[in-house]
Write a protein of this length. Structure first.
Length: 212
């Protein structure tokens, strides 16, 4: 794994956390240029990068993620952001499997963060639940999202995190069969085709919400 974060203390803390959790951190970077150099040299399976890095602290990490995805499409990428930015999340998720967008505040939940990294490394796609909640809450008159029940909203958020039906069931303490019924109902109400592919499920749901 290559880790890119310009805040040295945060980067070292993350590296220590990841290594204690079984990941091998083979490279560190403080900006986009250094990140690309590390990726080309180390050929990691996974990259974790902050969106905002020197010199302008705008989209350097995102730009590097784009370049990595184009040149090394097999490398999984987790991008960390201080804020939920819909445009960035959608662009990343649309780039293929093995991609994630997570708020930095989620890193404090170590077990969940590590689980998310494993899902992305295995080809899953994950978008932060805070961003999904923000989109789901943006209701207006006639919005079809209003027809979703509270439980369906919970399932929708977990779907967008790349969780399987079994994983959602464990989170909500319900059976996988119950989750399948909720998913079917959500897809039907939102006019989306049903699919078991985690990447397509995330893309379909979040794209739909973003278009509202």
């Amino acid at each position: 794994m290559v880790l890119a974060e310009d805040d040295v203390l945060l980067r070292e803390g993350l590296a220590s956390l990841l290594e204690r959790s079984g990941f091998e951190v083979t490279g560190h970077a403080g900006d986009g240029v250094e990140l690309m150099a590390q990726v080309k040299e180390k050929k990691p399976e996974l990259v974790v990068a902050d969106i905002r890095m020197p010199p302008t602290h705008t989209t350097e990490g995102l730009d590097a993620a784009r370049a990595i995805r184009q040149e090394f499409p097999e490398i999984a990428i987790m991008v960390l952001s201080a804020h939920a930015e819909v445009e960035h999340a959608m662009e990343l998720l649309a780039s293929g499997r093995g991609i994630g967008y997570l708020l930095k505040s989620r890193v404090t939940d170590v077990e969940d963060f590590i689980g998310t990294l494993h899902r992305i490394a295995k080809g899953g796609s994950v978008v932060d639940s805070a961003l999904v909640q923000e989109l789901v809450s943006a209701r207006r008159l006639g919005d079809p999202l209003a027809v979703l029940s509270n439980r369906e909203r919970e399932v929708l958020e977990l779907m967008a995190q790349g969780r399987s039906n079994a994983g959602i069931g464990r989170r909500l303490w319900v059976t996988e069969g119950t989750v399948e019924k909720h998913v079917s109902s959500i897809m039907s109400k939102l006019g989306l085709p049903e699919t078991n592919d985690s990447h397509r499920r995330v893309i379909a749901v979040v794209t739909y919400l973003d278009a509202r």
